[in-house]
Ligand binder design. Structure first.
Ligand code: ATP
Length: 616
């Protein structure tokens, strides 16, 4: 669907409000010619006639010098009396016409006020829908989509492109609908008053349309360019703010400023290009309007001279209303500019809305309860953007077993567990939970059965309580403290100024790496699900704390299927099965003792300090 039509389709969701708005706009436009009509009537019914009557005594006075002057005297007195009566009558007419004009202005502004009020409600509902749709879509998009995007660009789309589309929704109706109604209404009025002069007043319109077409032809590309560079600049900005520590520690401020200025300059040049075209286009169109006025002046004079039945009042009719014909055309040019910017913004927003959701983001089968937690990989392979990462992975985790995944960095351990949560979809083979193929299952429900402590222990900018309750929305304080105890996090939480209500800062910046990890573990413990994934969950805590957490986790690990990724031998040596990954393949499997006896990769790794540093 055309982008502009699609933007306006948001209005179609509220037909009653749309109709009320349209009605107000029609009534408002209908009031416009009344002032012109009243001005004409004041002239034709009062001023013109009154001037005629007033000349009568003067004619009479001239007649006094004629031989029959005495015959004229009574006429003169009569005309004078008539003139007095006429004055009163004329004043009344002027009063009535003025009041009608005033009432028309009042009615016009009343309908306009009503229309603005309705438009505000209408517009805010449509905008709310759009934002909500976009946010909900972002939540349903696959992780793969985010991997190839820059946060700053996504933010620009939500924070800048949506408002840019909003402008078309708000002003598009206000300026567009009313402008079109006004052009049609006023054109009809002028043609009705005098067809030839009416058509003359409309003469600039084809030129205005041609101008708009020429301007619009390449304008979309110009606006797209502005949007693209703005997105890139914001992406760099968000990256640099997130990595401000790195920039400072490498004293890279000057280099980053150069990088930023380079993009900022692109935004400036692209914006100036848009403005340069506008600077030529806008005055040209204004000149075309002025030509319209001048033509009416000239052709009007010619019409009055060649056809005396057309009074000079025709000028009054035209010049008191022509502004209402040209003003909306000027508005339409502004609207054209805005529509093009909105179109470019809309394309970027709709690109997100049109991206395919994660498979079974909303539907898919539910895992039958109770969940036993048997997880089986059968010949599973997976690629990131066509780069093969996992090859023919096959193993089974029986319910309650602890499976450890070890291997050098980049071997594919995190990728493997990310397939269980379906953060990524496997390319071939099969993964089942309790015999049910993973990619037929409802994704949110599947994930609700898995407690996952990720490598980066991400915390949200909120209180300790809010971060923990992500694991269980209705958890009581008692449950929170129990989970914190198990993750050995209670001692440092008790030192925080507001305990559970202390804010942890953006990404948990106010806590140490080890503290963040312990909170993440507590959050997963609170979730308490049949499948548990710990990806380097205790990598940032000291070995003493790790042992304390380990003993708390042991009870937990015994009762559920767990996948543990760790570099510390102490974390994995008690696992039921250890799988050793190398370049995306399982090369060894067995218990700690079996693998040590095998004398292969595991034995080599366990001899290396990174694996056995604290095994003793
Ligand atoms: N989102 C991604 N997009 C593209 N490639 C990725 C992505 N995540 C990981 N990779 C690549 O996939 C391979 C496996 O990465 P993975 O994170 O699974 O390794 P790992 O064994 O968990 O490593 P580590 O022990 O360092 O955490 C690596 O070569 C990595 O560069």
């Amino acid at each position: 669907m055309n982008t502009i039509r699609r933007i306006f389709s948001y209005y179609g969701r509220y037909p009653k409000l749309a109709f009320a708005q349209l009605l107000c706009a029609i009534l408002m436009t209908a009031m416009l010619p009344i002032f012109s009509e009243m001005s004409g009537r004041v002239y034709t019914d009062v001023i013109a006639n009154y001037a005629d009557k007033n000349t009568t005594p003067k004619i009479t006075t001239t007649a006094e010098n004629t031989p029959n002057s005495s015959e004229n005297e009574p006429n003169s007195a009569q005309t004078h009396i008539h003139s007095e009566e006429y004055k009163t009558e004329s004043k009344q007419k002027v009063l009535v016409y003025t009041l009608v004009a005033l009432a028309s202005f009042f009615a016009r502004d009343f309908f306009n006020c009503l229309r603005i009020l309705i438009n505000n409600v209408f517009e805010q509902k449509a905008i709310f829908d759009l934002r909500s749709e976009l946010y909900s879509k972002l939540q349903r998009l696959p992780l793969k989509w985010f991997d190839s995007r820059r946060t700053g660009d996504i933010m620009t789309r939500v924070a800048e492109d949506v408002p840019s589309m909003e402008r078309l929704l708000i002003d598009g109706v206000e300026q567009g609908l009313i402008a079109i109604l006004q052009i049609i209404g006023i054109s009809a009025f002028l043609i009705w008053k005098d067809p030839i002069l009416g058509v003359t007043a409309l003469a600039p319109i084809p030129f205005l349309l041609i101008g708009a077409t020429l301007y619009s032809r390449n304008a979309r590309d110009r606006h797209r360019e502005v949007k693209r560079y703005t997105g890139e600049m914001n992406a760099l900005l968000s990256d640099n703010i997130a990595g401000v520590n790195q920039i400072k520690s490498y004293a890279a401020e000057a280099d980053e400023l150069v990088r930023f200025n380079k993009l900022s300059n692109k935004v400036r040049t692209a914006t100036l290009r848009v403005m340069r075209y506008w600077a030529i286009y806008s005055p040209s169109m204004s000149f075309a309007n002025s030509v319209g006025y001048t033509l009416v002046l000239g052709v009007g004079g010619w019409r009055i001279i060649s056809d005396p039945s057309i009074g000079t009042e025709i000028y009054l009719y035209f010049f008191t209303i022509m502004w209402a014909l040209y003003e909306p055309i000027t508005k339409l040019h502004g609207l054209n500019q805005m529509a093009l910017a909105s179109k470019a913004a809309g394309e970027r927003v709709f690109e997100i809305l049109d991206t395919e959701d994660e498979l079974h983001a909303d539907e898919g089968a539910l895992l039958p309860k109770p969940i036993h937690g048997e997880v089986a990989f059968n010949d599973v392979s997976f690629s990131y953007d066509d780069i093969p990462t996992l090859h023919n992975i096959s193993f089974t985790a029986a319910p309650g077993q602890t499976i450890a995944l070890v291997g050098s960095t980049g071997a594919g351990k995190s990728t493997l567990v990310n397939l269980i949560t379906r953060f990524y979809e496997y390319d071939s083979g099969s993964i089942t939970i309790d015999g049910h193929e993973l990619n037929t299952l409802n994704k949110p429900e599947l994930r609700s059965n898995i407690a996952y402590v990720t490598q980066d222990s991400f915390l949200f900018n909120g209180s300790v309580r809010e971060n923990l309750q992500l694991g269980k929305r209705d958890a009581t304080d008692e449950e929170l403290w129990r989970a914190l105890d198990a993750a050995n996090a209670t001692p440092f939480i008790k030192e925080l100024p507001n305990l559970l209500d202390t804010n942890v800062g953006e990404r948990g910046v106010k806590l140490s790496g080890g503290e963040k990890q312990r909170l993440s573990i507590a959050r997963a413990l609170l979730k308490d699900q049949p499948i548990l994934i710990l990806d380097e969950a205790t990598a940032s805590v000291d070995s003493k704390t790790e042992k304390l957490i380990q003993s708390a986790l042991d009870n937990l690990l015994n009762t559920r299927t767990a996948f543990v990724i760790a570099h510390r031998l102490s974390t994995i040596q008690n696992a039921d099965i250890i799988h050793v990954l190398d370049h995306g393949r399982i090369i060894e499997s067995g218990t700690h003792d079996e693998l040590c006896a095998l004398g292969g990769k595991y034995a080599a790794l366990s001899r290396q300090s990174f694996l056995n540093s604290d095994a003793q």
